[in-house]
Design a binder for this molecule. Sequence first.
Ligand code: AMP
Length: 227
Amino acid sequence: MGGKGWFLLKLLMFQGLFTSRLQDPGFDFFYFVLQWPGAYCDTKRACCYPTTGKPAADFGIHGLWPNYNDGSYPSNCDPDSEFDPAEISDLVSTMQTKWPTLSCPSNNGSKFWEHEWEKHGTCSESVMDQHKYFENTLALRDRVNLLQILQDAGINPDDEFYDLQDIKNAIKDGTGFTPVIHCNKDPDKNSQLHEIFFCVDTSGTEFIECPIIPRDRCPSKLQFAMF
Ligand code: AMP
């Protein structure tokens, strides 16, 4: 190959390297995590309703978390990118209903959203800015009507015990995707349905089957607490 050929080849290789770097989001997938408020309040005995009032008895968002295929995850990736309520002012009223804070003292939710943005959101800045991060997360929540799916399968938040496998099957049938379920314990030490994890592609918009299957952190029978 002549000198010109080599030059062109090197240019192409450099370009390829450059574009693949640009396309690499820096993580492998997202966990999209929904939370049952009745279980959060049972464990954090002193849960507090937001200043906007008691949230609906429905699954709320916990967060959208960039993750690696080896099970680890990046966190607090950009200390310079502060949570800015002004950037998401058009989303705040929807966030109050779908991403409700339950921590004490009672507050308007900004503290929780700030924590989620700073710890997780800043690690997805290669694919979305702050507004898009919250907008995409809300849109994902709209795509899974988890409570309806469970209730259609006869699984209700009534303090009764249900089979983990029945819960997983109902969610898989209703959404098309296999969830990962986390439990916590109520004051009587009963395991209860706490959080449901779905996997989402690196664009933050499409559900995918999880590239890694972490074990469910629940026993085979668990309680679905009232809220
Ligand atoms: P993370 O650091 O994203 O894994 O989230 C864990 C933190 O979020 C803990 O400090 C929790 O107490 C807090 N947290 C989880 N759910 C809520 C909620 N609904 N409202 C306020 N804080 C929450």
